[in-house]
Design a protein around this ligand. Structure first.
Ligand SMILES: [Zn+2]
Length: 56
């Protein structure tokens, strides 16, 4: 199952998420990024980091 830890992209944040699919996981991450980090849009370089940090 794909999983993601916010601290793996250099955030000082305990958030962890997992989902059945990478697409579903990205949605969870985007929601978290907006609510917890004020990122209403995720910059392309952060998106690259997030994709690199997702464990499959
Ligand atoms: Zn976070």
């Amino acid at each position: 199952m794909p999983s993601f830890k916010c601290k793996d992209v250099g955030m000082n944040c305990p958030f962890e998420a997992e989902a059945k699919t990478e697409g579903e996981l990205m949605t969870k991450i985007a929601t978290h990024a907006a609510q917890a980090h004020g990122m209403t849009t995720v910059p392309a370089d952060m998106m690259t980091k997030i994709k690199g940090a997702i464990k499959k």
